[in-house]
Design a protein around this ligand. Sequence first.
Ligand SMILES: Cc1ncc(COP(=O)(O)O)c(C=O)c1O
Length: 372
Amino acid sequence: MFDPTFLASPYVRTLAPYVPGKPLEELEREYGIRDSIKLASNENPLGPGPLARAAIANAARDIGLYPDGNGFALKQALAQKHGCALEQITLGNGSNDVLVMLAEAFLTADSEAVFSQYAFAVYPIVVQAAGAKAQVAAAFPESHPMALGHDLDAMVALVNERTRLVFIANPNNPTGTWVSSAALHRFLTLMPSTTLVVVDEAYIEYVEDGDFPDASRWLDEFPNLVVTRTFSKAYGLAGLRVGYALSDPGVASLMNRVRQAFNVNSVALAAARAALDDVEHLRASITTNREGMAQVGQALSRIGIRSYPSKGNFILVDCQRPAAAVYEAMLRQGVIVRPVASYELPHHLRLTIGTQPQNQRMLDALERSLAS
Ligand SMILES: Cc1ncc(COP(=O)(O)O)c(C=O)c1O
């Protein structure tokens, strides 16, 4: 019998695939329900703003042509936003693509990568697919004020001469935890020049704390720093897949060698370029999140369910029982949230912040599910 498993690279053979949030269509098909809501993948409940929508309609006329493989117009706008050179920018088909490029360009079977327990699930996947060894630092314990967050000292202790990549998600998904400016800066000073530090800022636009580190400001100080950003969250373009890395030009040039030609499509390039100008929509998205976070936080306290402080557009809750049953009961009420058992958090659920009515529906479903 044909069994391709043994034909695969040994790294791929044992790889557990990424589990995405359940799509709405799948839920409605399986459960025979309608009008369900998805608060499972940290998407922006407002979607794209008017400028991006107009750019999408406009760009759709030209999809018979290949996109600009260098993404010049978008890079130019990003270079202006971040005060960096075009050569420091690598565009990705989502920031996920940029993480893959980093692993492909810098990891081998002899090298190692460091990340924290409970860090974003794509890090272990890209590291293993490249055949490198993952060194996972224990997260802060439940008793710590930043429970489940990255313990940078524990991460430093795992770095050695074989370490090529360190991943720090700030804020982190699914925990919502973060590292301070002082702690992150100190960490960077401790890294050898043989290690690239990837600071994943997928949710940074939602952070309203003035002391929060925008690591892109330190690119000149630390040539081994790579900062990743995305248009999938606060910019509302998750379905189009656009993200980017900011780095030393030499690092960008190496990433470019493994980048697929035309990896970012023309509609996505145009939408992302327009989204950068839509300050009003970005502001509305941040406000919706701030108000939703307060609404959900207050309701969770009232219900008596433990949640973790979060600076993202989602909140991790501890159901104090196997969360799979709670998740299932919520699905039956047409509400998709995210179980995080794959992060070794079988009692937890991650709730994405939606619009006010979506949040209310999610909270009602959660309360009912916990009572059943
Ligand atoms: C921390 C973090 N980094 C990166 C990503 C990847 O996002 P995208 O590939 O849509 O840019 C996500 C998506 O959920 C995330 O949570």
